[in-house]
Ligand binder design. Structure first.
Ligand SMILES: C[C@H](O)[C@H](O)[C@H]1CNC2=NC(N)=NC(=O)C2=N1
Length: 97
């Protein structure tokens, strides 16, 4: 899968920036920190997102401390951002409500 073109970035990343995603310094990747009410809410969200990741065959780099989950998305096979990263980010936002 090819990396996003400049035009695709303008079109597809801007809506994600509006929901709190931002570029990772020095990497063609996006990151967002999700905060939940408690650990169970956080882990439930991770579980739902894991199912979406498997369906997309596209997996996040993420870490969870108590009610916080830090997520970074990039496509390893392309060494940068692709449409799969946009798709998974949207699903993660939707699952977070
Ligand atoms: C073999 C397997 O299909 C590939 O490694 C998939 C799995 N999940 C993936 N996830 C991400 N983020 N990037 C990839 O390039 C990727 N490739």
């Amino acid at each position: 899968m090819p990396k996003l073109t400049d035009a695709e970035r303008d079109e597809m990343l801007k809506p994600l920036f509006d929901t709190g995603w931002r570029m990772v310094d020095g990497r063609d990747a996006i990151t967002k920190t999700f905060e939940f009410k408690n650990f169970v809410e956080a882990f439930g969200w991770m579980t739902r997102c894991a199912i979406h990741a498997e369906k997309l065959n596209h997996h996040p780099e993420w870490s969870n401390v108590y009610k916080t989950v830090e997520v970074t998305l990039s496509t390893h096979d392309a060494d940068g951002l692709t449409e799969n990263d946009v798709k998974l980010a949207k699903r993660m936002d939707k699952q977070a409500g």
